[in-house]
Design a protein around this ligand. Structure first.
Ligand code: GLV
Ligand code: MN
Ligand code: MN
Length: 421
């Protein structure tokens, strides 16, 4: 593989970004759709057949010598959060493109077809809904999940779809049947500090934390900030603050199993210096690889909502906007990835993923492997997110070899890699 070219591909994809700090390529925006089109063109040039499905996933197929066999799929996402880094998702797509290019150059044909998937709307940043594209492919999307989604500016998901000639009502058409894929692989930055701290080049993911998310609408009473005595107030923001601190405490009590809780959105209304906050809209994200532990934190959240209503005379409505169970990844794939690392003499670490990934939905269809590479200072969802090309190379190498192992090389003399039965 040509890692300089991989770096160029990353830069090329990242040239599609709205102005601002870092990368801003939110789901279903011109920048994200144009970047997907660009990848589609690259894949066509590499001889692949390219299509968008009904929710905007880009699927590029490289035929195998046995087109009737299930495809070996791999890929990631190119949409980003606000003020994002250059690697989250995009790395997995750039590496996938480089693998296709290198197979073409070496004239390696696989027995199973290969499918490079660029998933749409992995990030929940714009529509407060994550991994939409892979949920659709895996048959995990429900109409009620997406029918009313809106972004911060009040743009409905359905209208964003229309702008790009996609059809929200036809999301079901994106679903793939079980058996369509032999396996799915994703290469991703760790987004945490473990690999860098231990100086280990590869993380093999054993399980992915599930996110349970809530929208809280807190109603108090707006009033004059100068004339309303402290004891007369129904301050919605102070209620929000109490709840945020309560879930911090609850998650810290679950530290041993790594459960985490975050309030990432807290809109205070009407939002004026001299008005006591009358309403707060806040979003709570609770994640962990232990369902029991997550449930404990959720219980504490509910308790805190009740206590805060009583103590502060507030009315608090909550809606569960996401409820994903933690996912355990295939033991067989973990073992095969471990072998591939051993063969290449790369040290590896078996580890859970705290972040969500499209890979978790793909487990509904086939065995899945998720490969991590180190992130500098563990930073992610931040413009400073960084992994060097030297850190990327081992991960891309393992991804390529694993794909070839599962897809089988047609001309055995062209490559030493043996396919799995
Ligand atoms: C993906 O970035 C996530 O929020 O886990
Ligand atoms: Mn992300
Ligand atoms: Mn990601």
């Amino acid at each position: 593989m040509d890692f300089k070219r991989l770096e160029q591909t990353l830069k090329n994809i990242n040239s599609f970004s709205e102005a601002g700090e870092g990368i801003n390529r939110l789901a279903y925006t011109d920048e994200e759709r144009q970047a997907a089109d660009e990848i589609g063109e690259i894949c066509k040039k590499e001889g692949m057949s390219v299509k968008y499905d009904s929710v905007g996933n880009l699927i590029a197929r490289r035929e195998g010598t046995h087109p009737e066999l299930p495809a070996v799929a791999f890929g990631s996402h190119i949409d980003s959060v606000y003020e994002a880094g250059a690697y989250d998702g995009t790395l997995g797509v750039a590496a996938a493109i480089e693998i296709i290019r290198s197979l073409n150059e070496a004239k390696i044909q696989t027995e199973h077809p290969l499918e490079l998937i660029v998933f749409a709307c992995e990030e929940s940043a714009r529509f407060s809904f994550s991994t939409l594209g892979s949920k659709a492919i895996a048959g995990l999307l429900k109409k009620e999940d997406i029918a009313d989604l809106q972004d911060k500016d009040g743009i409905f998901l359905r209208d964003a779809f229309q702008k790009y000639k996609l059809h929200l009502d036809k999301f079901g058409e994106a679903k793939q049947r079980k058996g369509a894929y032999k396996a799915f692989f994703e290469l991703h930055v760790e987004q945490g500090p473990v690999l860098e701290e231990k100086n280990i080049p590869i993380g093999i993911v054993t399980g992915i934390a599930g996110a349970t998310r809530f929208q809280l609408n807190i109603e108090g009473e707006a009033s004059h900030s100068g004339t309303t005595p402290m004891g007369y107030r129904k301050d919605a923001f102070l209620g929000a603050a109490e709840i945020a601190l309560a879930i911090e405490k609850a998650a810290k009590a679950e530290k041993s199993v790594g459960t985490v809780a975050t309030v990432g959105v807290c809109d205070v209304e009407p939002g004026a210096m001299n008005v006591i906050p009358g309403r707060v809209k806040m979003q709570v994200d609770i994640r962990g690889i232990s369902e029991a532990s997550k449930k404990m934190v959720i219980q504490k959240l509910f308790q805190s909502i009740k206590d805060t209503e009583e103590k502060r005379g507030l009315i608090i409505h909550h809606t569960r906007t996401n409820d994903q169970a933690p996912v355990v990844l295939s033991e067989e794939v973990i073992q095969e990835l471990s072998k591939t690392c051993d063969e290449n003499e790369y040290a590896y670490q078996l580890m859970p993923s705290g972040a969500g990934h499209d890979a978790m939905n793909m487990t509904n269809l086939c065995p899945v492997g998720l490969i991590f590479i180190p992130s500098e200072k563990g930073l992610s969802h931040n413009p400073k997110e960084y992994s060097s090309i030297e850190q990327i190379a081992p991960g891309a190498t393992i991804l390529k070899q694993e794909i070839l192992k599962w897809a089988g090389v047609a001309d055995r003399t062209a490559d030493k890699i043996q396919s799995l039965p």
